[in-house]
Design a protein around this ligand. Structure first.
Ligand code: PMT
Length: 408
């Protein structure tokens, strides 16, 4: 039996979804892992499953109301006592309420009062999952440091197929574990991360860009912050909210990104370039909007500065990691970029694979280091990919310290 959550007090919040029955299995896994689990249910959750089931399995009272007669102020005592709040399943309604600070029942008031880390596993119909307001609310929560375990694709209660099924117990448990046993292995480091696309202006209203959403770089920034680093996030244009406690520097063009990286580089101990920087920009930027006529328009392009290659000898002993977004001969091209740009690690990203690359919540990557080690990862959420990249970087740092000692 696992006992990895011994001495941890987890608050399992169950909300009104057909997936509520799966919370019973999650509760069992948490208890098996050694956690003390207190269950809180919303009134809609009780339409799907009874408190008694959770009470028997957790061997603890189940709380359902803000107004239970008791000596304690329930929402405040629970808020203080727990080490982590897990909301599984999380409905669109609870996500909307928490993202907007609404506190009108036991769960939402205790969330407002608690400073414990929070993990949320949404479950809902595919159309609800794709609703832009829900996605905006998730992005607000993400920016506040809530760890979202995205739902999976498959048959839904409506009879349709789509994204919306509660994530597997494995994935939810692993998010809880990683959040609670968070390694503080980047304390003392200043991590500079680039994210998102760049925009290269053609005229005052048009630009060249790419499909990067910034999600990969933002996931890295959040993960590095959780591990104790000071994080500077140099971000191209994106709709994502800045992660909590991360210094965000907004830029538009490759040149502005280069300048920001150079400005912060002297105080940086670790650089990760996840941004999709434009390789070319228009040689001339028109002062006025280009007028349409019947003739063909030729744009003359020139290379942008290569931010990574330009760091040259200034990089000293810092660990520098880059990404390679490729559509063919992925590993060879990534290895070539690792060597050309003098990197310690490259994250090879075959963006033709389903579930990998631009503007998705998942990614499929292969990590390749300068010592010749190659590690292929399965499809994971970008938050999980970020953790694996940081694990690799921590190993490379430890190795470079050992190598230094041997040379001396
Ligand atoms: O933002 P998302 O929607 O989450 O998508 C994530 C992602 C696909 C953008 C990300 O996973 C990724 O692969 N990022 C790198 C994309 C890219 O531009 O790769 P590249 O092969 O063109 O560049 C190689 C490396 O050189 C990158 O680290 C890049 O940041 C860097 N570079 C590129 C051009 C340039 N002028 N200067 C650079 O330093």
């Amino acid at each position: 039996m696992e006992t990895t959550l011994r001495d941890k007090h987890v608050l399992l919040a169950v909300t009104g979804s057909i997936a509520a029955y799966k919370s019973v299995l999650i509760l069992r896994r948490l208890v098996e892992a050694g956690a003390r689990v207190t269950v809180v249910m919303t009134s809609s959750a009780r339409q799907f499953i009874t408190p008694l089931t959770f009470q028997v399995l957790s061997r603890r009272p189940v709380y359902t109301s803000l107004f239970d007669p008791s000596d304690e102020i329930r929402h405040l005592t629970l808020a203080e006592q727990v080490d982590l709040i897990l909301i599984a399943p999380a409905t669109a309604n609870i996500i909307g309420k928490i993202a907007n600070g609404i506190a009108d029942d036991l769960l939402t008031t205790l969330v407002t009062a608690s400073r414990a880390p929070m993990v949320m596993a949404p479950a809902m119909d595919g159309d609800m999952w794709n609703y832009p307001v829900l996605q905006r609310n998730l992005s607000v929560l993400d920016g506040l440091g809530v760890q979202i375990v995205p739902p999976e694709e498959g048959p839904l209660a409506s009879g349709k197929e789509g994204v919306g099924r509660l994530a597997s117990e494995e994935r939810i448990l692993s998010a809880v574990l990683s959040r609670l046993s968070r390694r503080c292995d980047l304390i003392g480091e200043t991590v500079l991360i680039t994210a998102g696309p760049t925009r290269e202006p053609i005229d005052p209203v048009r630009y060249l860009t790419n499909r990067s959403s910034g999600k990969m770089g933002y996931a890295l920034a959040r993960a590095a912050r959780w591990r104790g680093a000071r994080v500077i996030l140099v971000s191209g244009p994106t709709s994502l909210a800045g992660p909590a406690n991360v210094e965000r520097v907004l830029v538009q063009t490759a040149e502005e990104m280069r300048d920001a990286v150079r400005r912060y580089f002297p105080e940086t101990t670790l650089l990760i370039m996840a941004a999709a920087v434009a390789d070319y920009r228009p040689r001339f930027r028109a002062d006025q909007k280009l007028k349409k006529d019947t003739s063909t328009l030729f744009l003359e392009l020139e290379p942008t500065p290569d931010i990574l290659s330009d760091l040259g000898p200034e990089r000293g002993s810092r660990i520098v990691a880059g990404f390679a977004a490729e559509t063919e001969d992925v590993l060879n091209r990534a290895r070539a970029k690792l060597e050309q740009k003098g990197l310690d690690l490259i994250v090879a990203n075959d963006v033709t694979q389903e579930g990998a690359g631009f503007d998705l919540d998942t990614n499929i990557v292969t990590l390749m280091d300068a010592h010749g080690t190659t590690t292929a990862l399965p499809k994971l959420s970008k938050a999980e990919v970020a953790e694996r990249i940081l694990d690799e970087i921590v190993k490379l740092k430890a190795r470079s310290r050992t190598d230094d000692r041997i040379i001396r």
